[in-house]
Design a protein around this ligand. Structure first.
Ligand code: GTP
Ligand code: MG
Length: 184
């Protein structure tokens, strides 16, 4: 491939997407990689990945994005696939309190299972999804509360997203690639 010679570095980054069932993990990935959204809910079983390439400065980066199951009974693959992750994307639904309260658990569980070299500096990012619902009127977790939680976790980056309306999806995954790259 002739054009790839213009890039000085090619990098594969493994990204894990976590969060409660129904928050929109699969939908965010489908919007980012295929520009598609469906209203229909189909629970993810186990884990699978999709990839998308992007250019950052003179680097060609391939994001390998692992979608995981939020439903406990489908989390059967165990944690083998967390290993070697370069970034963890945590997702909650701004309209569902429980999905925000679960974040501490997802965060701790990821660190325990992925066991990164330096758990203090491992790159996480938080997405508050479904900001489009009911024009924001059914929202129960404020942006302020979310940002405070991020501050308490070593200032991790935060984006408010909508997989349905394609709000901040591109920006969020660009940030994923940037923080994953800078820590590698
Ligand atoms: P699990 O696979 O069970 O862990 O769920 P998930 O986190 O992958 O959720 P999924 O992407 O399947 O989305 C769940 C439901 O929410 C689906 O009906 C989606 O259409 C809907 N949904 C996802 N993102 C959005 C969004 O940004 N806005 C709106 N209005 N609906 C969304
Ligand atoms: Mg899913």
């Amino acid at each position: 491939n002739a054009s790839s010679s213009t890039f000085r570095r090619r990098t594969l980054l493994k990204v894990i997407v976590l969060g409660d069932s129904g928050v929109g993990k699969t939908s965010l990935m489908n919007q980012y990689v295929y520009n598609r959204f469906t209203q229909q809910y189909k629970a993810t079983i186990g884990a699978d990945f999709v990839t998308r390439e992007l250019q950052i400065d003179d680097k060609l980066v391939t994001l390998q994005i692992w979608d995981t199951a939020g439903q406990e009974r489908f989390q059967s693959l165990g944690a083998a696939f967390y290993r070697g992750a370069d970034c963890c994307v945590m997702v909650y639904d701004v309209n569902v309190s429980k999905s925000f309260e679960s974040l501490n658990n997802w965060h701790a569980e990821f660190l325990k299972q992925a066991d990164p070299a330096d758990s203090d500096t491992f790159p996480f990012i938080l997405l508050g999804n479904k900001v489009d619902v009911d024009g924001g009127h059914s929202r129960v977790v404020s942006e302020k509360r979310a940002r405070e939680w991020c501050a308490s976790k070593r200032n991790l980056p935060y984006f408010e997203t909508s997989a349905k309306e394609n709000i901040n999806v591109e920006e969020a995954f660009l940030c994923v690639a940037q923080i994953a790259l800078s820590s590698d």
